[in-house]
Design a protein around this ligand. Structure first.
Ligand SMILES: *[C@@H]1O[C@H](CO)[C@@H](O)[C@H](O)[C@H]1NC(C)=O
Ligand SMILES: *[C@@H]1O[C@H](CO)[C@@H](O)[C@H](O)[C@H]1NC(C)=O
Ligand SMILES: *[C@@H]1O[C@H](CO)[C@@H](O)[C@H](O)[C@H]1NC(C)=O
Ligand SMILES: *[C@@H]1O[C@H](CO)[C@@H](O)[C@H](O)[C@H]1NC(C)=O
Ligand SMILES: *[C@@H]1O[C@H](CO)[C@@H](O)[C@H](O)[C@H]1NC(C)=O
Ligand SMILES: *[C@@H]1O[C@H](CO)[C@@H](O)[C@H](O)[C@H]1NC(C)=O
Ligand SMILES: *[C@@H]1O[C@H](CO)[C@@H](O)[C@H](O)[C@H]1NC(C)=O
Ligand SMILES: *[C@@H]1O[C@H](CO)[C@@H](O)[C@H](O)[C@H]1NC(C)=O
Ligand SMILES: *[C@@H]1O[C@H](CO)[C@@H](O)[C@H](O)[C@H]1NC(C)=O
Ligand SMILES: *[C@@H]1O[C@H](CO)[C@@H](O)[C@H](O)[C@H]1NC(C)=O
Ligand SMILES: *[C@@H]1O[C@H](CO)[C@@H](O)[C@H](O)[C@H]1NC(C)=O
Length: 486
């Protein structure tokens, strides 16, 4: 289905959607709650509590597509069945009389028969989770995952604070609202905490911290390995105490109204794998020198006020797979060592302003790139033919730089393009390399000097998957028929 197309004389103007794409990549919200059944039968009181818990809800597949994810302005990447596990009403299959330790999503202690794990993520739960819920009778719980259900905008019950054995708590994207209860801060054994949430259409957060600020909230959670608080309004600076969390590996704080300076020491934590803090426009910070011992895989700082120079030692981050600094305020030269990061899958330098960067032939080292976005990033010079080495590339946007692109044949060898944006790239004719690009979903050739008719073969390509096309500001002639496009 064509999503947006409009006509102006014979010029097609279709609005190019710029995805702030990075934030969706690293979202991993389910702790590994294993659901293997045990040989020991569960205790009657545990079974009763579980069945009561089941009675508290109706089962209706939630429709999250109304809700808003700030780091991807035009889409809601969280409700796409293609990237999410199969969702189904797990509890519907819980049957009295059968050993509850064998129920889908339930895990028992092998020795005691007590329920210690409950994974009801993506399980269609609908209705409020009350403070008198039977869930809180399961005192031995260590891992609870209730992500992606619909608790109908109720508060997060403060009773979670009494489940003192919890090591894993995932309540993300489950339609909770209001103040996050300070009692969660009593859970000092937590290794994994995810309270990430959608935002409403007016961009206000559904969840926030208030009585206990962020610093006190995590003060006693000294075992944290993974912390996900996407779109929870923290209205805070980042606590220095995070630098004391020697196990911290994943930190995700997208769109949390953070301000102040990001503590540089966090980058030195030995287990660190990803720092994902985009869409906090008042968050300032600098990147430190990096050592080759670092295991950092994701560094996503889009739409923050990180500034200063990028250190040359960024080339030491050999494991780095996502580096996204869209709309950051870095200055100075773009270190050439960046083209040594051969494990990069995502590189987004959109709206950055380094000192007249060029695209060297060492670009060909980044053979694993899936996304390369250099939209409006002041690059100049010739696109090197080593681009032909990037055979995994699906998203390629070099629009609005001062790049020229004479070796177009290198692109014809790249089969996988879904998004190709070559706005203002000095193209003189309709590119024939598009003949092989039948996976294209978005194509931007705006603001070039393309003359004449659109070749007939193009409509064969366009009919397949193309949803967004921008040919505006060229010298094209002839008429267009939207029915020719998917
Ligand atoms: C959640 O459930 C309520 C009813 O309790 C319903 O009105 C609402 O549409 C549901 N939300 C989603 C996201 O499905
Ligand atoms: C979900 O809501 C959207 C937005 O209102 C609607 O277009 C879509 O059809 C709904 N999907 C389902 C499966 O009900
Ligand atoms: C639990 O609390 C809710 C809301 O306060 C109430 O409607 C419900 O009757 C209570 N359930 C029980 C079993 O007490
Ligand atoms: C976050 O909370 C602060 C203080 O209450 C408020 O001013 C701000 O608008 C909130 N931000 C969002 C995105 O809800
Ligand atoms: C953290 O633990 C200390 C010592 O047990 C206690 O005094 C303090 O109140 C706790 N802080 C929070 C926010 O729970
Ligand atoms: C970090 O830990 C040290 C040693 O336990 C302690 O003295 C210091 O106050 C902690 N710093 C913060 C910011 O919590
Ligand atoms: C952004 O960072 C720079 C450099 O640290 C600072 O001078 C400026 O005040 C910051 N802007 C905002 C809005 O925080
Ligand atoms: C890291 O750098 C040190 C010192 O430069 C060097 O001795 C070591 O071999 C390097 N390690 C790796 C894995 O490259
Ligand atoms: C890139 O890596 C190679 C091999 O490790 C090294 O010799 C070279 O100096 C690096 N280039 C830059 C610009 O860091
Ligand atoms: C192309 O990528 C391979 C690794 O897949 C690398 O060994 C080679 O040097 C690259 N070639 C160019 C021209 O960059
Ligand atoms: C664009 O690049 C050309 C050479 O490739 C150079 O002559 C020109 O000055 C550049 N323009 C800008 C605005 O940087």
């Amino acid at each position: 289905m064509m999503k947006s197309i409009s006509f102006q004389n014979s010029h097609i103007i279709v609005y190019l959607i710029i995805f702030i794409s990075c934030c969706g990549i690293y979202v991993s919200c389910s702790p590994n709650v294993s659901t293997t059944s045990s040989a020991f039968k569960c205790l009657p009181d545990q079974s009763t509590a579980l069945l009561e818990f089941k009675q508290e809800f109706s089962f209706q597949k939630p429709n999250f597509s109304y809700y808003y994810y700030v780091c991807s302005t035009y889409s809601n990447p969280f409700y796409d069945d293609s990237i999410h596990p199969h969702s189904y009403p797990k509890m519907k299959f819980w049957k009295e009389g059968k050993d509850c330790c064998s129920w889908d999503g339930v895990r028992c202690d092998m020795k005691t028969g007590q329920v210690i794990g409950l994974d009801l993520s993506y399980s269609w739960l609908q209705g409020p989770l009350h403070s008198n819920s039977s869930l809180f009778k399961l005192h031995q719980l260590q891992k609870v995952n209730l992500a992606y259900n619909n608790f109908s905008f109720c508060r997060i019950p403060s009773e979670f604070g009494q489940l003192s054995r919890l090591t894993h708590l995932a309540l993300s994207y489950s339609m909770f609202s209001g103040e996050v209860p300070s009692e969660i801060s009593y859970l000092t054994n937590l290794v994994f905490l995810s309270l990430s949430s959608f935002k409403s259409y007016d961009e206000t957060s559904f969840l926030y911290l208030k009585r206990v600020d962020f610093t006190r909230f995590i003060q006693n959670m000294t075992n944290l390995r993974e912390l996900y608080l996407n779109q929870v309004n923290l209205s805070s600076s980042i606590p220095e105490s995070l630098t004391n969390l020697s196990s911290l590996a994943f930190l995700q704080l997208c769109g949390c109204d953070l301000y102040g300076k990001f503590p540089e020491k966090i980058f030195q934590l030995p287990k660190l794998e990803s720092i994902i803090v985009p869409c906090n426009d008042l968050l300032t910070g600098f990147l430190p020198q990096f050592h080759n011992s670092s295991s950092l895989k994701g560094l996503i700082l889009d739409a923050t006020n990180f500034s200063g120079k990028l250190p040359d030692s960024i080339g030491n981050l050999e494991s780095l797979s996502a580096f996204c600094i869209q709309r950051c305020n870095f200055m100075g030269p773009l270190p050439s060592s960046i083209w040594n990061l051969s494990n990069l899958n995502y590189l987004d330098l959109t709206y950055t302003h380094f000192n007249s960067p060029d695209l060297p032939s060492t670009l060909g080292n980044l053979a694993k790139l899936v996304t390369l976005s250099l939209y409006f990033a002041q690059f100049s010079g010739e696109v090197p033919s080593s681009l032909g080495n990037l055979t995994q590339l699906k998203y390629f946007d070099i629009s609005y730089n001062n790049l020229s692109f004479t070796k177009l044949n290198t692109i014809s060898e790249l089969p996988k393009f879904q998004t190709l944006a070559l706005g203002s790239c000095n193209l003189g004719k309709f590119p024939s390399f598009l003949k092989t690009k039948d996976q294209l979903e978005k194509l931007d050739l705006s603001s070039n000097r393309i003359e004449g008719q659109i070749p007939k073969w193009f409509w064969g390509i366009a009919k397949k998957k193309l949803e967004i096309l921008d040919l505006s500001h060229n010298k094209l002639q002839g008429s267009l028929d939207a029915s020719k496009i998917k």
